[in-house]
Design a protein around this ligand. Structure first.
Ligand code: 26V
Length: 846
């Protein structure tokens, strides 16, 4: 045991540390690459020493004077040290190996907290906890100190984080490229039941996980014009004369694999003004203007756009997209490949995966690099480019498909616009030839749309410029082929494929649900952590009463943990023994939080009107978590109404002990890790054909919640795997939705013909939940009765019937537990390791 009381600060000469120092007094080793640097074997004593050194010499404080933040930073930097040798080794191995790398291009990474994940990956959890205990510190307090980097909106950003975790765990060479937003997704608070957005200053207390490399800055050009000229060989060429530029500074983060000594890199770009940029203005004597210019440049990576469905066509957003893409391509071609690399062989060394259309400007950018800078012929360059990209589509909502106005594109990226026009021209000539001048088809397939204004359809550009296009669940990929890109899938049937999403079992089972992990590992060993299909071995345990009892105890313990957290965090007092019914996801009309609200109000109305006795109901606690885009009016009204309903119900003695509603603010990855393991029921109730996949649905099933859901996204595959008996299906399927839409959907007819629905809506409209003010619920109610674009009323009765089946099933708690175990046992397919294998085999050929 290290006596920390005697010698409070660590000696810098400590013999227990043996990290090599490279400096003037030491010969530089051949290079650290080949395993020359080894992290010292971790022991509690060494860990204490490292930690204290970080505290004393890194933070410059004595343990006795240190704040929790000092301690957190020192701990993070200590853990980081243990990954360093593996990181350097992995980098060297990649450079020497000459293998193909995956360049994951994503405008978002919703990483969640890093400390716990790093401790898990390095297997240092116990040692670190013991070491800190010796210093009189509870590691839990330090874990809680970390502000999660919320550099994403929701599903798409979290998927990127799961994917890079899996690639590291599978030792696949991958560089994640993205944007280091200074402000991530806003922090949500509630005032008078309404959402208020607070800036997310996640960097304010320092960020120990990133490594800035200002010396590796990349210049990015914007604006200006193009110029035609004839080159030395007499070829007609175009050159870009940019109007202004900014610098991209890379910040590197480690992406550790699970206990496999692989550490990949996530490279996020931060924008900075170039010197030329402000020198000019400085020299003209206008100091203030120069500083303003700096702000202008640095705005590019200032903030994550919090909309995730309706692109606003904002100039700054296009700047962000081009900024990170240009930096990333430059970084790979100039700094990652060997100096003399022949770019004709580029597809052997890189495949850029386009996470939705946000990075699609990379396609004309690579063309520009090859043609304008490297002097390639157009056709050669195009052949190379198409092999280097693959595109994943993450949506089905037509309004979410990105388009950029030609005017804006021409102003910001004139050369890229030219390149896009030429790609389009060549492509349409090909189509005209194949379809004998079918004018309508040519117009439909053009990258440029003419209405409502001339604009560039990024999904079309992505499809034409990629070797593969995939959707994110079977149903979604089929709808993508049939509805979103039918002309393209007809033209290139083999280009289209599906890769069903997945989630990382490390974070969402092992870390988030330690108790379940221990129980499972006792039963089937720990191989599941990197081979989740092994969950299948749990199936027989569903019939073991002893196992069921332990499983139920785990669930109960997770609920207690959640309720304690919600009590401390939000002052919420929740009953300990009710069914926990959870709906967490972004607030969107298509996801239908409105339908969930109708269910809650119906249940409440049933009780207070005396139609249903409290003795006969299955007690439920409803939990919502959802952020609304700040400009999405109806979504914000829905939040207001959920909070109002929660307030009323929680205060109503008539439903005490049988109903409670909680809406903890600021749902994020950190809260998800506590909420999901506690849930009994997972709400996945989008209108069929709208949710591309969903990934929360997978996390819940893997943690032993049963799903009530529509036939949508990956719900379809979850149900197929767990079986109809272990899934509560309701609502129209996608063809039925289409049929009803074609017939003409009239929400009012459902209101008129369904008595319970009418009572529910009337109660909402009455002002009962809004302090008597009818106006406050009016928009929500009117929207449902007159528009109901996502057909909540059409699915209402079916949903309530399914909820009745849920109640029935829950009454037999042992049978319920059995179903829950089967959900866990049968959903191992949804590991992001499996998704990555699919990409590797069907898309990347790495
Ligand atoms: C779109 C936009 C539009 C412009 C403004 C900023 C912005 C930011 C993000 C997005 C992406 C929306 C698409 C998305 O998040 N899709 C979700 O992807 C998940 C992972 O594949 C999937 O599980 C969800 O079903 C799908 O909605």
């Amino acid at each position: 045991m290290t006596d920390v009381s005697k010698n409070e600060y660590a000696s810098d000469e400590s013999p227990t540390t043996d990290v090599h120092r490279v400096g003037p007094t030491l010969p530089v080793l051949s290079d650290i690459a080949t395993g020359a640097v080894q992290s010292p074997t971790p022991t509690v004593e060494r860990f204490v020493n490292h930690f204290l050194r970080e505290l004393n010499f890194g933070q410059g404080v004595l343990l006795s004077r240190s704040t929790i933040n000092d301690q957190y930073i020192a701990l993070a930097k200590t853990v980081r040290k243990y990954m360093m040798a593996d990181w350097l080794d992995t980098g060297a191995k990649r450079r020497e190996g000459g293998t193909k790398t995956v360049g994951y291009l994503s405008a978002e990474y919703l990483l969640g907290r890093q400390l716990s994940n790093a401790l898990l990956a390095t297997d240092l959890q116990d040692i670190a906890a013991d070491a800190l205990r010796e210093c009189g510190i509870d590691i839990a307090d330090l874990r809680a100190q970390e502000i999660e980097p919320g550099l994403g909106n929701g599903g798409l950003g979290r998927l990127a984080a799961c994917f890079i975790d899996s690639l590291a765990t599978m030792d696949v060479p991958c560089i994640g490229y993205g944007i280091r937003y200074e402000y991530g997704i806003f922090r949500q608070t509630f005032e008078d039941n309404r959402q208020v957005e607070v800036p997310d200053s996640w960097l304010s207390l320092g960020s120990p996980w990133e490594f800035p490399h200002p010396e590796r800055q990349v210049r990015v050009d914007f604006g200006g014009r193009t110029e035609q000229y004839t080159d030395d060989e007499g070829r007609e060429r175009s050159r870009w004369i940019p109007g202004w530029n900014v610098l991209g500074i890379p910040y590197h983060q480690m992406v550790p694999g699970f206990r496999n000594h692989t550490v990949n890199t996530l490279r996020l770009w931060s924008a900075k003004a170039t010197q030329a940029f402000d020198l000019q203005i400085f020299n003209s004597g206008d100091y203030a203007e120069a500083v303003r210019a700096q702000t202008f440049a640095e705005n590019i990576s200032k903030v994550l756009y919090p909309e995730d469905s309706t692109p606003q066509g904002k100039e700054l957003r296009l700047q962000q997209q081009y900024f990170f893409v240009a930096c990333s391509l430059h970084d790979f071609i100039e700094n990652t490949l060997p100096q003399d690399f022949d770019l004709h062989h580029l597809p052997e060394r890189i495949v850029f995966q386009l996470n939705d259309t946000h990075p699609v400007i990379a396609i004309p950018e690579l063309m520009r690099i090859l043609v304008d800078i490297k002097g390639f012929d157009w056709d050669d360059a195009w052949d190379i480019t198409r092999q280097c990209f693959a595109y994943t589509c993450h949506t089905l909502l037509p309004e979410a498909l990105e388009v950029w106005s030609v005017e804006l594109m021409g102003k910001l990226l004139p050369r890229h616009l030219e390149i896009i026009y030429r790609i389009n021209k060549n492509f349409l000539e090909e189509v005209a030839e194949a379809f004998a001048g079918d004018e309508m088809r040519i117009r439909r397939m053009s990258i440029i749309s003419e209405h409502p204004e001339r604009s560039v359809r990024m999904a079309y550009l992505a499809t034409i410029g990629s070797s593969k296009v995939n959707g994110v669940a079977e149903l979604h990929s089929q709808l993508l082929r049939d509805k979103v890109l039918p002309d393209f899938s007809g033209y290139w049937p083999d280009k289209f494929t599906n890769v069903t999403n997945g989630v990382t079992p490390r974070r969402f089972v092992f870390l988030a649900n330690r108790k379940l992990s221990d129980l499972v590992t006792d039963a089937i060993g720990d191989g599941w952590v990197t081979d989740l299909e092994q969950f299948k071995k749990l199936e027989p345990f569903a019939d073991d009463p002893n196992f069921r009892q332990q499983f139920a105890q785990v669930k109960q313990a997770n609920k207690e943990r959640l309720y304690n957290l919600l009590k401390a965090r939000d002052g919420l007092d929740l009953p300990r023994d009710a069914m926990l019914d959870v709906m967490v996801k972004r607030l969107h009309e298509y996801k239908r939080q409105s339908l969930k609200l109708l269910h809650i109000v119906s249940m409440y109305d049933g009780i207070i009107s005396g139609r249903v006795s409290t003795e006969s109901v299955v007690p439920r606690t409803f939990v919502f978590g959802a952020k609304a885009a700040p400009g999405y009016h109806i979504a914000k009204e829905t939040i207001f109404l959920i909070n109002s309903v929660a307030q009323t119900i929680n205060a109503d003695e008539r439903v005490k002990n049988v109903m409670s509603v909680a809406f903890p603010a600021n749902y994020n990855v950190t809260l998800a890790e506590k909420l999901i393991p506690a849930a009994d029921l997972s709400e996945q109730i989008s209108l069929a054909g709208k949710e591309a996949s969903g990934t929360g649905n997978m996390k819940f099933a893997l943690n032993g919640a049963l799903t009530i859901g529509t036939d949508d996204g990956a719900n379809v595959e979850i149900r197929e795997l767990v079986g109809d008996d272990n899934f509560f299906l309701f609502g129209m399927d996608e063809p039925q939705v289409e049929e009803l839409r074609a017939k003409g959907y009239d929400p009012e007819s459902y209101y008129q013909s369904n008595e319970n629905l009418r009572a529910t809506i009337d109660l909402l409209a009455s002002g009962h939940f809004t302090g008597g003010d009818r106006r406050l619920a009016a928009q929500f109610v009117d929207n449902l009765r007159t528009q109901d674009p996502f057909m909540a009323l059409a699915d209402y009765q079916s949903y309530l019937d399914a909820q009745a089946r849920v109640d029935e099933a829950y009454r037999d708690s042992d049978a319920w537990t059995r179903m829950a175990i089967l959900n866990v046992a049968r959903t191992g397919f949804f590991s992001s390791d499996r998704s990555m294998r699919d990409y590797r085999e069907r898309i990347w050929n790495v």
